[in-house]
Design a protein around this ligand. Sequence first.
Ligand code: PMP
Length: 321
Amino acid sequence: MNYDEGEGWHDARIVPFGPIELSPAAMCLHYGQSVFEGMKAYRAVDGRILLFRPDKNMARLNSSNDRLCIPLIDEEFSKKAIEKLVSIEKDWIPSAEGTSLYIRPFIIGIDPHVGVHPAQHLLFIVLCSPVGAYYPEGLNPVKIYVETNYVRAVKGGMGYTKTAGNYAASLKAQDEAEKQNYTQVLWLDGVERKYIEEVGTMNVFFVIGDEIVTPALQGSILPGITRMSAIELLKSWGMNVVERKLSIDELAQAAQDGKLKEAFGTGTAAVISPIGHLKWGDDVMNINNGEIGPISQRLYDTLTGIQWGKIQDEFGWTVEV
Ligand code: PMP
């Protein structure tokens, strides 16, 4: 679909995957006016094709659009367009456990223009690709370290959006983490370097005593759709889930006192990803002996159960295509 000043969004169309034509002066290549989403279509055990909370992805895309001066999209129309696209791709959606069709909607400013201002011509594209299971050999707890050199986002910045620049800001930290055999880094807030924010592509939760704590959204953390769903599930089970500020000192103290029972990340790709090992400087926290804990397992089973149609979707989260 195209956007042109004066015309609005127009010419929605479905075309085979292939290269697109772009001016070398296209603004997105230079000034980062680029937003995206990540969502999945699942082949349920009974053969139905299910999307998971696509309305939330469209709402978050518009929140990113607003921050990056991109004209808002019609959320309902875009959701229906994605459903149509997925229905065409139906036969390519794999059925093996854990596999799905990854859907990547994105918008870029394409004016051939040198100079920083909001684009007046944009492209909204949705591409799809079948993906394998994130954990083909079962749920494996990940190793994470607390990032103390680099900052990903600050309050007032773009941390709450899904824009390309946020991921560019994290590349160096991610690269260094991988070289040291860590999966990803845990980001701290960019001002005091004290409060826990999120991991590369996941929001985080910690089971501390009888509380399940997740950092409150304060503008620098992506409002994850899996995070939101995990909170709703935990609350529906009568568990004490709290969104608040959580400092790294408090977490380290809780680990030392034996109160840190479980830690896990949430995200579309990783679903629920147990964190078994967390390093902060010289301090190493081995959480639940590096094994998956009961809350993480229950969340994983329930979320994937709903996504693959194995469990009744009481929340109305899935949309059949
Ligand atoms: N934080 C960041 C920075 C991410 O890229 C993602 C993945 N979209 C998440 C959190 C998790 O969000 P969601 O549950 O919507 O996939």
